[in-house]
Write a protein that binds this ligand. Structure first.
Ligand code: GDP
Length: 365
């Protein structure tokens, strides 16, 4: 399954947020492809369309789509040189699809800050520098190898060399790989280099309980937003402590709690939605009488690959996909009515699946 990794300095609220995630967590039995690991929390992605499809089809069961958050504890200054858990930590980051960096914006005299004071930008820079240093090492090694191959007129090496040089320049200026502008072809090559700083980054500004309703006026949050803009990253605001408490509440209690706090949507739901979007994810649906279900795919994936998310046999034996857009299905009211109205398309191997497609895969076994 696709994963977002939670990182941050010690004492910023990572475990608190991660607890909220696991408490609110999804029924693991529905997601056999997810990792069973104490450091992994499975989250369900809220989607109103799934509720609507359930109303239409009245299936025995409805299953939202899910993805994983991994708690990656242990980054400290010097991690790229092997300090603390060092390399092990960086290896875990290599495996995730996006990074959520928790940044401490709450001030609490009783809770030590590793650097002695709360300064979110200093904190971000410490972590980002470790990631950049690790990438710098990888790029220099690769560049040495590639330069030799360029002398032998190796085509791939010739394409990679200028990319590596631009990456090195960015790193020298303490800029992440994701801030470098690439053409589509260059981006494919750059992504193949397995860099840490090319992954999408979301800063999770962790504010105090009494600051969450008015977070836009919080100086620390403002600073994080300004930094993120230069850094090609995004920001959401949470109060990890509130999220942890709220994760234990029933839905109606939760709604009341949110209203009291003066916020519309829980930080956790915002985090899930923002991560989902950041990852370039989209959702297609299957809607049978047994089960209505949402499935996550990556934008740009073709029908057979999407079928393969359900089962590898579906991809191997893919014939075609009966496809109807969510809006068309809702407008016509049923699969049969959609067919009659000519809204159900037969799509083949080259079809690029769209967000909201409702699909029935036909395949050979
Ligand atoms: P980690 O080391 O990053 O995993 O940090 P923890 O989640 O263990 O949090 C460190 C301390 O900060 C704990 O005592 C938490 O209760 C506290 N903490 C975390 N988030 C908040 C918050 O939003 N507000 C306040 N006041 N304290 C928090």
């Amino acid at each position: 399954a696709l994963t977002a990794g939670i990182v941050g300095l010690p004492n910023v609220g990572k475990s608190t947020l991660f607890n909220a995630i696991t408490k609110a967590g999804a029924e693991a039995a529905n997601y056999p492809f997810c990792t069973i690991d104490p450091n992994v929390g499975i989250v369900e992605v809220p989607d109103e369309r799934l509720d609507k499809l359930t109303e239409l089809v009245t299936p025995k069961k409805t299953v939202p789509t899910a993805f994983e958050f991994t708690d990656i504890a242990g980054i400290v200054e010097g991690a790229s040189k092997g300090e603390g858990l060092g390399n092990k930590f960086l290896m875990h980051i290599r495996e995730v699809d996006a990074i959520c960096q928790v940044v401490r914006c709450f001030v609490d005299e009783n809770i030590t800050h590793v650097a002695g004071k709360v300064d979110p930008i200093d904190d971000i820079e410490i972590i980002n520098l470790e990631l950049i240093l690790a990438d710098m090492e990888a790029v220099e090694k690769r560049l040495a190898r590639v330069t030799k191959m360029v002398k032998q007129k190796d085509k791939v090496a010739m394409a990679e060399e200028p990319i590596l040089i631009r990456l090195r320049e960015a790193f020298e200026n303490e800029k992440p790989a994701r801030s470098v502008e690439f053409t589509d072809e260059e981006l494919i090559l750059a992504k193949g280099m397995n860099l840490l700083t090319i992954k999408p980054m979301l800063y999770v500004a962790n504010v105090a309980e009494d600051e969450v309703a008015d977070a836009d006026n919080n100086e620390n949050v403002k600073a994080v937003r300004a930094f993120a803009e230069k850094d090609s990253a995004q920001v959401i605001v949470v109060c990890a402590k509130i999220e942890e408490e709220m994760a234990e509440l029933e839905d109606d209690e939760k709604a009341m709690f949110l209203e009291e706090l003066g916020i519309k949507e829980s930080g956790l739901d915002q985090l899930i939605k923002a991560s989902y979007k950041l990852l370039g994810f989209a959702t297609y649906f299957t809607a049978g009488v047994q089960e209505v279900r949402a499935w996550t795919f990556r934008k740009g994936m073709k029908a057979p690959q999407c079928a393969g998310i359900i089962h590898t046999d579906f991809e191997r034996g893919f014939i075609r996909a009966e496809t109807v857009a969510y809006d068309d299905l809702v407008a016509t009211g049923s699969m049969a009515a959609a067919k009659e109205a000519g809204k159900v398309r037969l799509e083949g191997k080259e079809y690029i699946v769209k967000d909201g497609d409702v699909m029935l895969f036909r395949f050979n076994v």
